[in-house]
Design a protein around this ligand. Structure first.
Ligand SMILES: [Zn+2]
Length: 222
């Protein structure tokens, strides 16, 4: 792939597949070993930049960054951390769509390793199963905690909920700011990126419209 093409992908955030590209040996080493290795790499980066790592304020940074990468920012790479999406029978026979709005998204752009911050809105129509509301937030967070592109994140959320709920009728809209766009390059602090994935009935015009209508509703409890 030539330089131009790489730049193009980097800036346009083109997603290729809903799968996060990972090597088959991704989990051959333990999290502990990953932290050790990343720590050395971060030390190398900071030293290359000319920082004095003997300074009190900086001496712990390589370890802190390595732990944050493995245990927090990128914890969603490890399937062992996937939240159990326990579902229940839809006993009350609620037949309309359920929308979980304004789920906070903290993710990391995989092209620049800079933050993506925004909100996800997730909806489904039960086909007999329902899922705990907080589970939806947890699933969003799990997939967000990877090096990501927003398109893929949106699709992964929808696919995992389709699987858990046993229905195609799931949708997700994400509205997020990418710090790689907002803080570097063209420094456009106002712009945000919207992505959407509509499964099953949500592809129908009326259903899609109803869902998007709920997103316009003001929720103000103050
Ligand atoms: Zn980026």
């Amino acid at each position: 792939m030539n330089e131009e093409r790489i730049d193009e992908i980097g800036e346009n955030h083109v997603g290729t597949s809903a799968e996060t590209p990972m090597r088959p040996d991704a989990f051959d080493i333990s999290d502990k070993e990953k932290i050790e290795r990343i720590q050395e790499s971060v030390r190398d980066i900071l030293e290359t930049l000319g920082m004095d790592l003997t300074d009190d304020s900086l001496s712990g940074t390589p370890k802190r960054v390595a732990k944050a990468f493995v245990n927090e920012l990128f914890m969603g790479l490890n399937p062992a951390n996937k939240p159990k999406a326990s579902t229940f029978d839809n006993k009350y026979n609620y037949g309309e769509m359920l929308v979980e709005k304004n789920i906070v998204v903290y993710s990391t752009c995989e092209h620049h390793l800079l933050p993506i911050v925004g909100r996800a809105h997730v909806a489904y129509i039960s086909d007999g199963k329902v899922i705990g509301l907080s589970k939806m937030n947890r699933l969003v967070d799990y997939f967000a905690k990877r090096p990501q592109v927003q398109e893929r994140l949106t699709m992964q959320i929808v696919q995992s909920l389709q699987e858990a709920l046993g229905t195609d009728d799931v949708a997700c809209v994400i509205d997020a700011k990418h710090l790689c766009v907002n803080s570097r390059g063209i420094k456009d602090i106002e712009s945000s990126t919207v992505t959407a994935e509509f499964g099953g009935k949500f592809k129908e015009k009326d259903v899609k419209k109803e869902f998007l209508g709920y997103l316009q509703m003001e929720t103000n409890f103050n």
